[in-house]
Design a protein around this ligand. Structure first.
Ligand code: IPE
Ligand code: IPE
Ligand code: MG
Ligand code: MG
Ligand code: MG
Length: 321
């Protein structure tokens, strides 16, 4: 069975856990639902303030706000904040801006992904796609300006201490790399090629680029801004890589289901190679569950302190399809 070979531990890079991470105890009344609701409210309050620079009323501005305000799950910004919470910084304004920045890039990628020349999506987050309301030209401009906004968020309003400048530059570099041709854009490009993919490694590579890259950027940006040690960053990288891959496999599985829970068109991947049609739905489910289990193992060196990230991962694992 492909799925068995596929999960050799070496593949996911078990890391040396020689560093001891400072222990943060789980507060007595803490629960993930409340935590997510609170952080999501903060994220959305920030998103409605965007773009930061007052812009004249325009159709592109309306498209920008339309796309950003659609009810997304906000998993990526939640991942930024949950990572920051490892360092007790999940409540910091700088981290909130970093969280908003990744959501801007993600939202731009969805606008582009839905264009008629790409997936031709009609429904997104339960509403008509941005180009269907505002036109393709304005949707493209909204996508571009969302990416600009992400960069502005990461580069604005800092005090200018030398270490902070270095951290910000590194965070900017990570974010921009995540949607470069080595990341999301490259993955989307290969995803659009109308060809039959026959091996798992190639499919994994496309998924890793188009979806995994941004997940990795979420945890690494938070790590950099929280002054994490290199080894910790490595653990977080491996965690996000496995979680991102699991997330896209799950997204492909959700595409097969007759239901309106995803808020997007069903059957979009009918002519594509996905894990589900390459190895079958049952094995794809087993594989994504295994990847989530490995992702949780990647967090073990952090011990109890990673409770925010662990609980968020479990929420993603339990999404219904
Ligand atoms: C959809 O992402 C695109 C993928 C990479 C699978 P999400 O499922 O996170 O979409 P939203 O942000 O909640 O709409
Ligand atoms: C898109 O994957 C990943 C992106 C980088 C946007 P999909 O094409 O499967 O995403 P959905 O299903 O339209 O959200
Ligand atoms: Mg697509
Ligand atoms: Mg799509
Ligand atoms: Mg999909």
């Amino acid at each position: 069975l492909a799925v068995n070979n596929y999960n050799e531990a070496s593949r996911f890079g078990a890391r040396d856990a020689s560093l001891v991470f400072p222990k943060i105890k789980i507060p007595k009344q803490w629960n993930i639902k409340t935590y997510m609701a609170e952080q999501k409210a903060r994220i959305e309050a920030r998103l409605v303030q965007l773009p930061q620079q007052p812009a004249r009323e325009s159709q592109a501005l309306r498209a920008f706000q339309y796309a950003l305000r659609l009810p997304g799950k906000r998993f990526r910004p939640l991942l930024v904040l949950a990572t920051a919470d490892l360092y007790r910084k999940g409540g910091d304004a700088v981290l909130l801006d970093a969280a908003a920045a990744v959501e801007c890039v993600h939202t731009a990628s969805l606008i582009f992904d839905d264009l008629p020349c790409m997936d031709d999506g009609h429904l997104r987050r339960g509403q008509p796609t941005t180009h269907r309301i505002h036109g393709e030209h304005q949707a493209i401009l909204a996508g571009m300006s969302l990416i600009a906004e992400a960069n502005r968020l990461l580069s604005s309003a800092f005090k200018g201490r030398k270490t902070e400048i270095q951290q910000r530059l590194e965070a900017l570099h990570l974010l921009n790399t995540s949607y470069s041709l080595a990341g999301l854009s490259g993955g989307q490009s290969e995803d659009l090629l109308d060809k039959q993919i026959l091996d798992l490694e190639e499919l994994e590579s496309i998924h890793a680029k188009k979806t995994g890259s941004l997940f990795i950027a979420c945890v690494e940006i938070a790590a950099v801004l929280c002054d994490a040690r290199d080894q910790e960053r490595g653990w977080l990288h491996d965690f996000a890589k496995n979680l991102g891959l699991a997330f896209q496999i799950q997204d492909d599985l959700l595409d097969l289901v007759e239901s309106d829970t995803t808020g997007k068109d069903q059957g979009q991947d009918a002519d594509k190679t996905t894990f589900a049609n390459l190895i079958g739905s049952q094995d794809a489910i087993a594989l994504y569950r295994e990847l989530i289990a490995v992702a949780l193992r990647n967090l073990e060196p952090f011990g109890e302190s990673a409770f925010h990230l662990r609980a968020l991962t479990e929420i993603i694992r339990e999404r219904r399809f």
